[in-house]
Design a protein around this ligand. Structure first.
Ligand SMILES: *Cc1c(COP(=O)(O)O)cnc(C)c1O
Length: 318
């Protein structure tokens, strides 16, 4: 295996992020619920994308890029964090976003405005259209450019979460389960592959917040990341464990997600978001209520950020 430290990486996140138990929620759910504070990665409003960007932007720098493109929905946390990290490193971000979701100057759109970011919207449902537009704009600029896929979800980005799993293993605490939100697959791919490497007894699960075929997507990213790491490992869609928590649709708040946001806020003073972490934590609550965890289990929730989205979407708790 190639070591993680053999890959180019630009330190952007404040690591290790804190890891602590949620005492009140553990009591309510009857198992030991822990939280990995990747909402505190230390740039923008924090979030999981910073770990991926450490590897992706190092790759971009090495290749001499001056312009960094990425994409997502209008309220993409990933796009906002990419803009923040790219600006900090003295390159130019251009965000070509799907004209889907809240496009007015709220939430992440406000943050991008504050950073004076070049944000463009495309009225399309196809990321292929957007990647083609990136090439058009990039070629026209005459400058070297680098395209980061939606969510930073490719093998290089997933290295960030393989490294995160090593960080968790290094805590010395044994976790029976690690649970994360799944929106484009890179985080879960890193978590699942990282568990195979550093925490082989640990079960991982992605809580789907969109309706894509995540068994194929996630195992595909895992396989490519395993190749990067020169691992001799068979990976199939059966290695990917999922629960569909999407509810009414991507980026549309769900009742179960809202109840989870309320539970976390009321008992622990932490604010989950309606698009990712609220729905993901609702999945953890559902599993706990179904008896999936033993009272002695340690269940780790990856709190992947998303604060920007909390101020863009209407949440109705009544
Ligand atoms: C992007 C995102 C996720 C999902 O990560 P993917 O790697 O895209 O699956 C989870 N939580 C938050 C807050 C995010 O912004």
């Amino acid at each position: 295996m190639k070591g993680l430290n053999e890959f180019d990486r630009i330190p952007l996140a404040l690591l290790p992020t804190p890891l602590h138990k949620l005492e009140n929620i553990s009591r309510i759910l009857g198992t030991n619920v822990w939280i990995k504070r990747d909402d505190l990665t230390g740039i923008g409003l924090g979030g999981n994308k910073v770990r991926k960007l450490e590897f992706l932007l190092a790759d971009a720098k090495k290749k001499g890029a001056e312009i960094i493109f990425t994409t997502g929905g209008a309220q993409s946390n990933h796009a906002m964090l990419t803009a923040a990290c790219v600006k900090k490193l003295g390159m130019t971000p251009i965000l070509i976003l799907k004209k889907r979701g809240v496009t007015d100057r709220k939430g992440n759109q406000l943050l991008e405005y504050l950073m004076d970011t070049d944000v463009r919207f495309m009225d399309t449902d196809s990321y292929d259209d957007i990647y083609a537009e990136m090439d058009r704009v990039g070629m026209e600029s005459g400058k070297p450019y680098y395209k980061i896929p939606c969510g930073g979800s490719n093998a290089i980005g997933a290295l960030g979460y393989i490294a995160c799993m090593k960080e968790i293993a290094d805590s010395g605490i044994h976790f029976d389960h690690v649970i994360c939100a799944e929106g484009s697959g890179g985080t879960h791919a890193g978590v699942a592959l990282g568990a195979k490497l550093y925490m082989p007894e640990t079960k991982t699960m992605g809580m789907m917040v969109d309706d894509d075929p995540f068994d194929l997507i996630t195992s595909g990213i895992m396989r490519e990341a395993a190749q990067l790491l020169e691992l001799d490992m068979d990976i199939t869609p059966a290695d990917v464990h999922l629960l569909n928590m999407c509810g009414p649709g991507y980026a549309i708040a769900s009742e179960e997600g809202n109840a989870a946001i309320r539970m976390m806020a009321e008992n622990e003073g932490l604010f989950l978001d309606p698009v990712y972490t609220g729905k993901a934590f609702a999945g953890l609550i559902r599993l706990a209520k179904e008896g999936a965890f033993k009272p002695t289990d340690n269940v780790l929730f990856l709190y992947s950020g998303g604060a920007g989205g909390l101020f863009a979407v209407d949440i109705d708790l009544d």
